[in-house]
Ligand binder design. Sequence first.
Ligand code: PEP
Length: 251
Amino acid sequence: MRTPIIAGNWKMNKNPKETTEFVNAVKADLPASSKVESVIGAPAVDLQALLDAAKGSELKVAAENCYFEDEGAFTGETSPKVLSEMGVDYVIIGHSERRQYFKETDEDINKKAKAIFANNMLPIICCGETLEQREAGQTNDWVSGQITNALKGLSAEQVASLVIAYEPIWAIGTGKTASSDQAQEVCHVLRETVAKLYDQTTADKVRIQYGGSVKPANVKELMGKDDIDGGLVGGASLVPESFLELVKFNA
Ligand code: PEP
């Protein structure tokens, strides 16, 4: 009932030429977006190349961040209004790297989510715990709090349409994947959080991705879990062959 969504998160790793080459290598082989949504999240400087190359294909486009104001004196920021005008579909917000290195707060993320909806795009909202928090037994309360804060003031209809990405920080770029049971447990808690904040119908519709060292070798097992509807993938999304294996996990 929920369409799986596999999104690459390239981080700061490709230039426009490499972006075009990547899309040209994958675009004819992508699954129909009604079966699996294939998304690439790219740096702002690559988005025009990504959009141009992806035109007419099944590939959807995500920005890796945006600001919460449409325009004004915000040197160096990326306008959600302009992303929308360009044709961007999704914006990844609240990635742990942005929270850690750029001091993004839950309040910023909530404002960004509202700005993204106001501009007719959809947010992919990330949450996740540190290893210390996991070992202290704080994971469920922590991620549930992050998502509660991110969703403040959004309507049930908006929440049903967005994507949550559960990304344990200790599993990002480390080669350590959460076990499929660990990932399922937290994704279930996040769905229950949405049910408590809204209702079960909304919770049944929202898509929840797992992210953290997802690769072709583990994607099928993770996607087989009841509350995991997709993956947010860093390293393994950079190579065309491996991205294709990921989006075709159920082929
Ligand atoms: C990410 O970038 O969000 C991520 C999960 O990275 P990786 O797949 O490399 O762990």
